[in-house]
Structure formats: structure tokens, C-alpha cells
Design a protein around this ligand. Structure first.
Ligand code: ZN
Ligand code: ZN
Ligand code: FE
Length: 783
């Protein structure tokens, strides 16, 4: 031991437990030749070492540069230990472990490189074992029943480890040290193949039987990590059509899985960030520009410019593709009845998916917590999660401001909830639309489960202003101090919270539907806001919604409303209607005209989503939709096609038409004349311009108009941080255009990355807003 060696203690905070951090420290200590201990504590990972100055340097650098892939260090405390007696060795100290902070149950992680290698190595004892995993990969959140995260408290408890697995589990130098789901052929879960009646095939390889069924064009229900998928051969149009018909899912895009990044590379270009996402620990579905490949069945994502792709993330998915006869592309869509949560148990699958599936590939490891595939895309060189679930939940979002224990209940569509306490906020997995009893049960069970495993007992609750959302009723019945949060403020603050923006920002929230403080429906909003309060600076001029909610699923109603609002009753006369609306029954047009004229059942909305619907219908993209956002996605797709064919880049196009903006009407808040957009579209239609071009021009005009307004508000207020949020920001063209043009005005632009900009993110905004309002109204310190 060097003379000038001393005792040093590190307390490492962040996501450092259950992610292989202690074995990492152990191996690092062996490498550098340190003596001491590492242990888990409620504060984080505690390391005590004896070392010289050079060793200390080495250790400090390695801590931050070589940490395991799933670890996220938020801070490191370091202090000298004056009377730390030297040790002979370095040890993982289990005895010292206090209560581990349960906020740190890791998410489910895709199979790692080492396990993938062993899986296909004929000499490995786990060769072709469908449940291979290690400290760096495998199921986590989906198998946890209660805390602390330990095998007997997971659904692995029914599989006692064999001697070989037990030895790996107990060896600090092994990659499977304390890997809770560690198992092998001798002791772990297994797969089974069943026909459509549920009869199990006793002999034969379940993987081979599944591949055979897929090749026949059959629909196979596959039990996965967080729930069931329905799989079919994604190269076969008939098989896909069959799945669509049985699932009553006529048009909604279907996600696909391919063997690996090289196979994917053969049909489309993948940029480095997309590659990182596809192959990283989370393995989400990544939305990529839809390739022009003959391999893809034509009906996977009709009328949409993107397709969702994921790579195999469990060993048994890998084994399917490892089989030489497996189709090159598999559709992997959620195994549920439309509108209900995905099935997790074998019984549920037999009950609900019979009639859809021709066969079942099952396993016997219980899924404790249902969790869907996450969905992400790369826009403007940033990752954007559209659906936050597997791989991400329940990893915390680190908060700049400390919050009291609070529950945010979310909204109605794409629901999530959020629990926060101190400097951690945990966004729940995507629950789905809260419209039926099954989804609501999933929602309330998940709230209970997450409260338990995170040990957060909320002292207050925040919900949407909308009085009719099931989530608002749920919040009300908790009997806690209740904070009702305006929908678009929550959208904005979700982004602010993620980026730790604690000062005022200007937020542009372009959205479908959200309840406004004046009782009308908002959705095209310019807000000046901080994390607790907001002021509505401006908005899109409201349009009537003939028939209320019905207008959202029948975009032609919005087209008629827009024509009426722009040209008056004359706009609906047969001779003035654009050809795209000629197929609509004239008596319906007349009826809607009457409703508009007499302002009967026509609530007003400043929704940007509805404006997109109206334009989409005018251009003949869609008159009636079968899933939310379908018309807007179709409109974006044709605009993207025009952009692709244009010799000019997006930024050149934007500057060439930046004089063409919608005028402004001044009221309490500034209103952007939606009529102007409609007028331009109708005029271009009369001039016989191609619809693709008109769709692109509409996007450009909207981007420029928004930019000018933001710029004006920025000069008025001196605020230069701009937040973009709301469901419409999922439109790649709109978001990229806004980034380009706002940055040109030297504004700093933020949007949701790991927190969805759609309604999946608002529960995070709610906890921040509710939590901070609560703190300021009680203004007692201590949180
Ligand atoms: Zn592994
Ligand atoms: Zn074993
Ligand atoms: Fe919304």
C-alpha cells in the first residue's frame, strides 16, 4: 500500500440500483487494485475505498465514463474518511444494505449483446434458451410484484434457481451476479405452442411450430415481455388483410419487427441516432420514413409516410428470426380487442383473442405489470417518444424543484398518470384511451401498484380541467387537495419539467382537444407560462365543431365548418363546394349547414388538430377516419411527398413564402385568422393546383404565421425560450419547420424528448403545476 493512500467515500445518486452498478464497481476496483467496499443504501450506492492520488483519479474518471449502460448518475458526493481502516480486499457489502430507495426499480431491458452471443453459441449452456438474461438485460418492472426488487418478490419466485444458476447469482465477478430473473433450461420458464382451441402441442419445437404457422399466413398470438402481440407475416398482404379484418382495424398502421439492423438496412436508410435507438437498451418501435420496398406488404401503413419498426428485444423474438424459415418481416401488433388493454395472461389470451388468433406461442412466466412497446422517432436530430412504456418506465425524470408527494391523473386519450416526490417524477406506462371499464381498471390497478412499488403516498392530486374525464373523476374521489390543471398548460409544463426550465417560457401548444378556462375547447394556443401559472397570449381563431365530438371522427364536418366560417352560407352551396366533398350526401351537407347557421350543437374550438382535419377533408385526403390523427397524418404524408419532389429545401421554401401569413385579430388574446388558411386552400383548389402542393403550402403558411407571432410575443415579453408541445407536434414536417424558422429568429426551442408531446405527457405537467401551486399556497419549506 502506498504511503500517501487515504480512505475516501463516494455516495453515487441517480439510477444506480438494479442496473449492475455494484458489480461494475467491484470489477473496476479489481482492475485498479483498490480495497474497500460497495453497498446499496437508501441514498444511493456507497463506495468506500483506500487509494493513492493516481488510483483516485482513475476511479473518478471511470465512474462517469464507464458506468453500466442503464445507470444514470445525477450527482456524486465525495469525502475523505479520516479513520477508515484498510482492508485486504474489495467486497460487495450486502449486510450494510439499508432500505433501497424503491423509486429505482429498473425498466425492462432488451437482450444485451453478450446474452445474444451466448444464445446462438452451440457450446454455451444456454444455447437457444428463450429466457436468457443477465444484469444488463431482461425483464424487470414487468415481473416485480412488490419491493424490494428481489427474486422472491417477482414472478420468478416459482422458478427456484438450479445450482449452476445459483453460483452465477452469488458470484460478484459474474455477469449474472444478483440478476433476479437468472435462469436456464434446467430451472427457468419455458415456451409452449397451442392451436386455436388452446390445445398444447406436446412434441416439437414451439418456435418451429410458430414459424410454420406464420408461413401459412396464420395469425399467432405471442406472449411477450409486457403483454401479447398478434403476429403475422409482414411480407404477405393477404395475411395482413386477414389480421386487419379480424381485429377490426381497417387502416391504423401496424408495427413490424425485423431480424436485425442489417436486414432493416437492406430496405431503408437508418440514420445513426435511429440506429442507436433501435439497438439500444430500450429497443422501442421507431417510426421511420416508409421504405419503397417490394418486401413490405402494401397494407401495413396505408396513406401514411412512416412505418414503425422494432428489432427483437427478447431472446424468444430472436429465436423466431434465428429460424431459417422465419418470414423476413413480422407484423407485431398489440394483442388486444380494439380499445381494450393488451392481454397479459394466457387465460386472457384464450378468452379474448380466440377468433383473432389461429395459434398461440405462450410461456409460463407471469407478467405482473402490463407494458406496451414504446414508440419513438427521430426529428431534427432529437429522439422523441410518442409512447413511453417498455424500456423507459419506471425510470424517473429528475426534477429541478423538489415536489411534495403528488399524483397527476392525466387526461382522457393516450392516458398516463404520474407520481412524484422530492426530485423524482415517475411517469406511468401508456395506459391507453380511458373510455371503457377494462382500461379504467388497468388505470386504477396501475396507480395502486406504482404507489406501492415506489412507496409514494400522494398528499395532493392534480387532474385535467375537463370535468368528464374518468381520470378527473378518479382524482376527485381520492379526497385529497385537488388541483385542476388546464390541459395545454400541462402540455407546456411537461416539456419545461423535462428540460428543467424553471423561468418563464413562451409555449406553442398545437393539439386536438383540451378544455379551456372559458369552457370552450382549446387546441391552438400561445401561452406565456411558468411552471405554476400561465397567461393565454393568443390562439387560433375558433371554428365551430358541428355535432361536437362527432366532428373529430368525421373530418368532412370540419371542412364544411371551415367553409362556412370563411365564406358564410354561400360556401356550402353545391356550386362552390370543392370536388372532394361531392361524395358527401347533399342532405347531410344541408343538415350541417343548418346546424352552423343556427349555431345548434356547434361548440367553438381553437383546436389545431381540427384545422388539419378540415384542410385534409377539403383536399380529399379523408372524409371519415377510423383512428385519431388519421386525416392529419394523411395530410402530412402528401405534403411530405411534395417536399420530396421539390427542388428547394424546407428552409428555402419557408423563406420564399414568409410574407404569406394569416392576419391577426386583436381581442383579449390575439387570434390568428384560421379563415385565411382555408381561403388559400380553396383558392388553390380552384386554380387546379395539385393537392400535394397545397398541403405543403398550408404547412409552410402555418409555420411562418406561428413563427411571426412567437417572435412578436418574444419581443414584447423578452422571453426567448420557446416550448413546442401538443399532439400536432407529432407532425414531423410541422415540427421541423418550426424548429428551423424559430431558430432563425435566434430563439431557443425545446420540445418533448423522453416525455411525449401528446396527451401521454400531460400527467407530468400536472404534477409540477399542482405540486408547485400547493407548495406556494402552503409556503412551508421542507419539500
Ligand atoms: Zn444480457
Ligand atoms: Zn438454472
Ligand atoms: Fe392534448
Amino acid at each position: 500500500m502506498v504511503n500517501n493512500s487515504k480512505g475516501v467515500e463516494f455516495i453515487i445518486h441517480g439510477i444506480v440500483q438494479g442496473v449492475g452498478f455494484r458489480p461494475f464497481i467491484y470489477r473496476l476496483a479489481q482492475e485498479i487494485g483498490l480495497t474497500g467496499t460497495v453497498s446499496n443504501s437508501s441514498k444511493g450506492v456507497v463506495v468506500r475505498i483506500h487509494c493513492g492520488p493516481e488510483q483516485l483519479d482513475c476511479f473518478q474518471t471511470a465512474l462517469t465514463t464507464q458506468a453500466p449502460p442503464l445507470a444514470k448518475i445525477t450527482s456524486i458526493e465525495q469525502r475523505i474518511l479520516d479513520d477508515y481502516p484498510p482492508r485486504q480486499d474489495f467486497a460487495i457489502d450486502v449486510s450494510e444494505s439499508g432500505p433501497v430507495s424503491s423509486a429505482l426499480i429498473p425498466p425492462d431491458i432488451a437482450i444485451c449483446r453478450d446474452c445474444s452471443r451466448e444464445l446462438t453459441d452451440p457450446d454455451d449452456r444456454r444455447y437457444l434458451y428463450p429466457f436468457i438474461n443477465c444484469t444488463n438485460c431482461g425483464p424487470r418492472f414487468s415481473i416485480v410484484e412488490t419491493i424490494p426488487y428481489d427474486r422472491p418478490k417477482t414472478s420468478m419466485k416459482q422458478f427456484p434457481m438450479c445450482a449452476s444458476c445459483g453460483a452465477e447469482y452469488g458470484d460478484p465477478a459474474d455477469r449474472r451476479f444478483h440478476a433476479q430473473p437468472n435462469s436456464c433450461f434446467a430451472c427457468g420458464p419455458s415456451l409452449s405452442y397451442h392451436d386455436k382451441k388452446g390445445v398444447s402441442a406436446v412434441a416439437g419445437d414451439p418456435i418451429a411450430a410458430t414459424v410454420q404457422a406464420l408461413n401459412r399466413g396464420d395469425v399467432v398470438a405471442i406472449r411477450g415481455l409486457g403483454g401479447f402481440h398478434l403476429a403475422v407475416d409482414g411480407t404477405c398482404e393477404t395475411a395482413v388483410a386477414n389480421l386487419r379484418a379480424r381485429k377490426s382495424r381497417p387502416a391504423k398502421p401496424l408495427a413490424i419487427m425485423m431480424a436485425d439492423i442489417n436486414q432493416l438496412g437492406e430496405i431503408t436508410e437508418v440514420n445513426p441516432l435511429e440506429r442507436e435507438l433501435l439497438t439500444g437498451p430500450q429497443h422501442p418501435i421507431v417510426l421511420l420514413p416508409k421504405p419503397d420496398s417490394a418486401l413490405l406488404a402494401g397494407n401495413l401503413a396505408p396513406g401514411i409516410s412512416e412505418i414503425g419498426v422494432m428489432l427483437p428485444y427478447t431472446p424468444f423474438h430472436k429465436l423466431l428470426f434465428h429460424h431459417p424459415d422465419c418470414p423476413k418481416i413480422l407484423v407485431m401488433t398489440s394483442g388486444n380487442i380494439s380499445g381494450e388493454p393488451i392481454c397479459t395472461s394466457n387465460e386472457c389470451a384464450f378468452d379474448k383473442l380466440t377468433g383473432i388468433a389461429d395459434a398461440f406461442l405462450l410461456h409460463n412466466r407471469d407478467i405482473v405489470t402490463r407494458i406496451d412497446d414504446s414508440v419513438a422517432r427521430v426529428i431534427h436530430n432529437e429522439v422523441m417518444l410518442m409512447r413511453r412504456a417498455r424500456g423507459y418506465v419506471p425510470a424517473p425524470i429528475i426534477l429541478k424543484d423538489s415536489l411534495p408527494p403528488v399524483l397527476g391523473c392525466g387526461g382522457g386519450l393516450k392516458s398516463t398518470f404520474c407520481l412524484a416526490k422530492g426530485h423524482f417524477a415517475i411517469l406511468s406506462q401508456h395506459i391507453g384511451d380511458l373510455f371503457n371499464i377494462e382500461s379504467f381498471e388497468f388505470y386504477s390497478e396501475s396507480v395502486d401498484h406504482l404507489k406501492k412499488v415506489l412507496e409514494i403516498e400522494p398528499e395532493l392530486v392534480a387532474c385535467d380541467l375537463h370535468p368528464d374525464y374518468l381520470s378527473s373523476h378518479f382524482a376527485q374521489e381520492l379526497g385529497l387537495p385537488l388541483y385542476r390543471v388546464q390541459h395545454h398548460h400541462a402540455h407546456a409544463v411537461a416539456v419545461m419539467t423535462e428540460h428543467a426550465l424553471t423561468n418563464q417560457v413562451l409555449a406553442v401548444v398545437l393539439d386536438g382537444t383540451g378544455y379551456g378556462t372559458d369552457g370552450t375547447i382549446w387546441g391552438g394556443e400561445f401561452l406565456l407560462c411558468d411552471q405554476a401559472y400561465f397567461k393565454r397570449m393568443g390562439h387560433l381563431q375558433p371554428l365551430p365543431l358541428p355535432g361536437g365530438d362527432a366532428a373529430a371522427s368525421e373530418p368532412y364536418r370540419m371542412a364544411l365548418a371551415a367553409l362556412f366560417a370563411t365564406f358564410g352560407p354561400d360556401g356550402l352551396k353545391k356550386k362552390n363546394l370543392p370536388p372532394s366533398l361531392s361524395a358527401i350526401d347533399p342532405s347531410r351537407i344541408q343538415l350541417i349547414g343548418e346546424m352552423l347557421l343556427h349555431n345548434f350543437n356547434c361548440p367553438m374550438t381553437s383546436s389545431c388538430g381540427r384545422l388539419f382535419d378540415g384542410v385534409a377533408a377539403l383536399l380529399g385526403v379523408r372524409q371519415v377516419i377510423s383512428f385519431e390523427g388519421q386525416a392529419a397524418m394523411g395530410l402530412e404524408a402528401i405534403a411530405q411527398a411534395a417536399l420530396k419532389n421539390s427542388p428547394q429545401s424546407l428552409s428555402e421554401l419557408l423563406s420564399s413564402c414568409d410574407k404569406d401569413q394569416a392576419p391577426v385579430e386583436k381581442n383579449e388574446a390575439i387570434q390568428i385568422a384560421s379563415h385565411h388558411f382555408i381561403g388559400s386552400v380553396v383558392e388553390a383548389l380552384h386554380l387546379g393546383r395539385p393537392v400535394q402542393e397545397i398541403a405543403l403550402h398550408f404547412h409552410l403558411q402555418l409555420i411562418n404565421t406561428i413563427t411571426q407571432h412567437v417572435h412578436m410575443f418574444s419581443r414584447q415579453t423578452g422571453v426567448k425560450d420557446i416550448v413546442l408541445s401538443g399532439g400536432c407536434m407529432q407532425n414531423r414536417l410541422l415540427l421541423e419547420g418550426l424548429f428551423l424558422s424559430l431558430k432563425q429568429k435566434e430563439l431557443k426551442v425545446y420540445t418533448g424528448s423522453e416525455v411525449p408531446v401528446n396527451d401521454g405527457g400531460i400527467s407530468l405537467g400536472q404534477v409540477t403545476i399542482g405540486g408547485l401551486q400547493h407548495v406556494s399556497s402552503h409556503s412551508h419549506a421542507g419539500y
